[in-house]
Write a protein that binds this ligand. Structure first.
Ligand code: 5AD
Ligand code: SF4
Length: 450
């Protein structure tokens, strides 16, 4: 169910010291962007937080007896068709942890004093457990959370959604809230759709998912790719977007072994400084990402890498930004997307201290983009003199031109017959620009791809 109420009622009961009073205010601050406003009444509240204290004797027992009363209120609210979330915070939560949820199952979440910034994630998870999905306050943002629209309509290439949602909860991102938990379509459905596309003339599919390599259908994404590689007429397979944490050995091995799997990988890293990566809740370090890239390139030496970057994440220092530039210099991307950090209400990062000034973000973005453009131009220039298999997709803007894509997803323009559309043909690359390549049909069918 979608909760569309403009305002949700938050009741916080604070036990103990001044520190707890302060923490309760912080919790209210973190929850305000989620639409929660303080109420003085626990009865009927949407979210009840008991901010507990361990100092006095029998504190825990007092909390359990209070929870008994609140449990009855939760039941009354449920009878009236509503829902109440119960959270236990503070020192008792810290000390007893999940014990509390075992002893009082009406409790939805337990959060220690070090983790208040995770409240939006914990609440989203508790709501998901009840089958709720969208919180009205998280307006979806096409720029950051949309999957590309399905397209093929008679075309040569098509997107095919295999997975949706995200369980990663990067602290800057709305997707886990707006799109909900990770969900994978069954292999059989996907294969049937791919066969249907191939019958319509599609030669290349891009498997889509917000966390596509977390695909949890039988055999994982590697298994799915191997299965789709057997579909008649389907010559090329790509997938996007991947999380470094889900790039498993089987998938890396597939890149070295499955001919149809194209040597282009969008593998966002977001930032190069470990402190920032931790604050982003990315679950990887710069070193583990670089190690992963090394493994991928060992399996597929010509892999073109692409990424997403955020500059000006809260608290990012000049030195930390420099670490992003250093990482980019080391990886050498074929293409990439870079964004200025933008506050998404309700996400933990929006409430973090140290928000970076707009001018600083602008300036860092310009420097990062300059480096990425340089790398893209170098990557494209490195194709000149090679012969690449190009899948032709459409007529070019000028008469007599056809446009296709290289294995590395670069647009390739040549002078040639329109009958090439829908076919893969070798092209001798003669020139490169920042965003595309040009060349001519090669006589020699021996296409060096290594
Ligand atoms: N600010 C800036 N960039 C963001 N992205 C997601 N959320 C934000 C945000 N709040 C970027 C990430 C992600 C891409 C799809 O959008 O880099 O990988
Ligand atoms: Fe958002 Fe991607 Fe992080 Fe998921 S993994 S929270 S979709 S940035």
């Amino acid at each position: 169910m979608t909760d569309t109420a403009p305002s949700k009622r938050l009741f916080i009961k604070t036990y103990g010291c001044q520190m707890n009073v302060y923490d309760s205010e912080r919790m209210a601050d973190v929850l305000r962007p989620l639409g929660y406003a303080i109420t003085e009444e626990a009865e009927g509240a949407d979210l009840v937080v008991l901010n507990t204290c361990h100092i006095r004797e029998k504190a825990a027992e007092k909390v359990y007896s209070e929870l008994g009363r609140i449990k009855a209120m939760k039941a009354r609210k449920a009878d009236a068709g509503g829902a109440m979330t119960i959270a236990v915070a503070g020192c008792v939560a810290q000390a007893e942890g999940e014990e509390i949820m075992i002893r009082q199952p009406a409790v939805d979440l337990v959060v220690g004093p070090q983790a208040y910034h995770q409240l939006p994630e914990l609440i989203a998870r508790a709501h998901r457990a009840r089958g709720e999905r969208l919180s009205a306050e998280f307006a979806a943002d096409e720029k950051f959370d949309a999957l590309p629209k399905a397209r093929h309509a008679g075309g040569v290439t098509a997107f095919l959604t295999v997975q949706e949602g995200c369980d990663k909860f990067c602290t800057f991102c709305v997707v886990p809230y707006t799109r909900g938990a990770e969900f994978s379509r069954p292999v059989g459905d996907i294969v049937a759709e791919a066969e249907d596309l191939a019958r319509q003339g599609v030669r290349e599919v891009t498997l889509l998912g917000q966390n596509v390599n977390a695909y949890a259908g039988e055999g994982g994404l590697a298994g799915l790719v191997r299965r789709l590689a057997q579909v008649d007429g389907l010559d090329r397979i790509r997938y996007t977007t991947s999380h470094p944490r889900d790039m498993d050995e089987a998938l890396i091995a597939a890149h070295g072994e499955v001919e149809a799997l194209m040597p282009y990988l969008h593998l966002p890293v977001q930032a190069g400084a470990d402190r920032v990566l931790r604050a982003m809740n990315r679950g990887h370090t710069a070193a583990s990402y670089l190690k992963l890239v090394e493994k991928i390139r060992a399996a597929r030496p010509d892999m073109a890498l692409s990424g997403d970057f955020i500059v000006g994440f809260p608290g990012e220092t000049e030195k930390e930004f420099q670490a992003t530039l250093d990482l980019v210099s080391e990886v050498k991307y074929g293409s990439a997307f870079a964004f200025k950090y933008s506050k998404r209400p309700g996400t933990p990062a929006a409430a973090m201290p140290g928000q970076v000034a707009e001018e600083v973000k602008e300036e860092r973005l310009a420097r990062l983009l300059a480096l990425l453009s340089e790398q893209q131009a170098a990557f494209n220039a490195a194709q000149v003199g090679r012969t690449l298999p190009v899948l032709f997709e459409r007529p070019g803007r000028k008469a007599g031109q056809v446009v296709g894509r290289s294995p590395y997803l670069q647009p390739v323009h040549i002078e040639g017959p329109q009958s090439l559309i829908g076919r893969i043909a070798p092209v001798a690359i003669s020139a490169s620009a920042k965003g595309s390549l040009t060349g001519s049909l090669a006589e020699d069918p021996a296409m060096a791809l290594a």
